[in-house]
Write a protein that binds this ligand. Structure first.
Ligand SMILES: NS(=O)(=O)c1ccc(C(=O)NCC(F)(F)F)cc1
Ligand SMILES: [Zn+2]
Length: 260
């Protein structure tokens, strides 16, 4: 529909996948301007307690690869930080670039990282299902961790070794013991702000908790992400890269920091 390119901006296409949602006031991702963030002494340390046995499988959903967890009980949870309730871990996934100059969704002082990890949790104290929590302002809590190029990450390697088995869209592999806390940086410092999912339905239901300190991964590990495909087996291959959403306006929001 419409001229190539123009159509995507003006024609009906943009009605299908708008870059910004009409009426959105708390969209993600955003640039975190360090000097504009406000230290909040009332922010608590983030408490993370994951049970590695709740890990279920790895799934290539055609947008990223998700490591999914059994969220039928409170065995893998986060609490504290900016949160009023404990939240249950449902899945984690990554966003990354075709090259190391970009790939993260959030930026810090306009700096991109080569990749960003998202650990997705939902408020099972207040909402009966994940699907309902997705629609509520305090429904989800996502921990964002930046990945930077450096030393090989031994904990990530077990995940990297499994990726060839989920090369194509809609492939799944059993993955039944993994402790995502090995992907956390040692420094407890974080920023937090009210935001949204960064993929459709882009609902404004996420309390974002962005760790200040990145974790290090090596080039081979980033390349392993880049050999995944957006496409299903038998389709013309499209490498899964640059699966990050453009930066969104801060609008009337303050980013708080847990550190001075
Ligand atoms: N990239 S992100 O913001 O962490 C992100 C986290 C979770 C989802 C998700 O579960 N979508 C499926 C749903 F909820 F049914 F819509 C999408 C994006
Ligand atoms: Zn994400």
């Amino acid at each position: 529909w419409g001229l190539k390119g123009v159509g995507s901006a003006l024609g009906p296409d943009c009605m299908k996948h708008p870059l910004t949602i009409p009426g959105g006031t708390r969209q993600s991702p955003i640039n975190i301007q360090w000097r504009d963030s406000v230290y909040d002494p009332f922010l608590k340390p983030l408490k993370i307690s994951y049970d590695p046995a709740t890990c279920l499988h790895i799934w290539n959903n055609g947008y990223s690869f998700l490591v999914e967890f059994d969220d039928s009980t409170d065995r893998s949870i986060i609490d504290g930080g900016p949160l009023e309730n404990q939240y249950r871990l449902k899945q984690f996934h990554f966003h990354w670039g075709a090259i190391n100059d970009w790939g993260s969704e959030h930026t810090v002082d306009c700096k991109f990282y080569p990749a960003e990890l998202h650990l997705v949790h939902w408020n099972a104290v207040v909402y009966p299902t994940f699907e309902e929590a997705v629609m509520e302002g305090d429904g989800l809590a996502v921990i964002g961790v930046f990945l930077k190029l450096g030393a090989r990450h031994e904990g990530l390697q077990t995940l990297v070794d499994a990726l060839p088995a989920v090369k194509h869209k809609d492939t799944v592999i059993e993955f039944d013991v993994f402790d995502p806390s090995c992907l956390m940086p040692s420094c407890p410092d974080y920023w937090t702000y009210a935001g949204s999912l960064t993929t459709p339905p882009l609902t404004e239901s996420v309390t974002w908790i962005i760790k200040k300190q990145p974790i290090e991964v090596d080039e081979d590990q980033l390349e392993a992400f880049r050999m995944l495909l957006f496409t299903s087996d038998g389709e013309e291959e499209k490498r899964m890269v640059d699966n990050f959403r453009p930066l969104q306006p801060l609008m009337n929001r303050t980013v708080r920091s847990s550190f001075q």
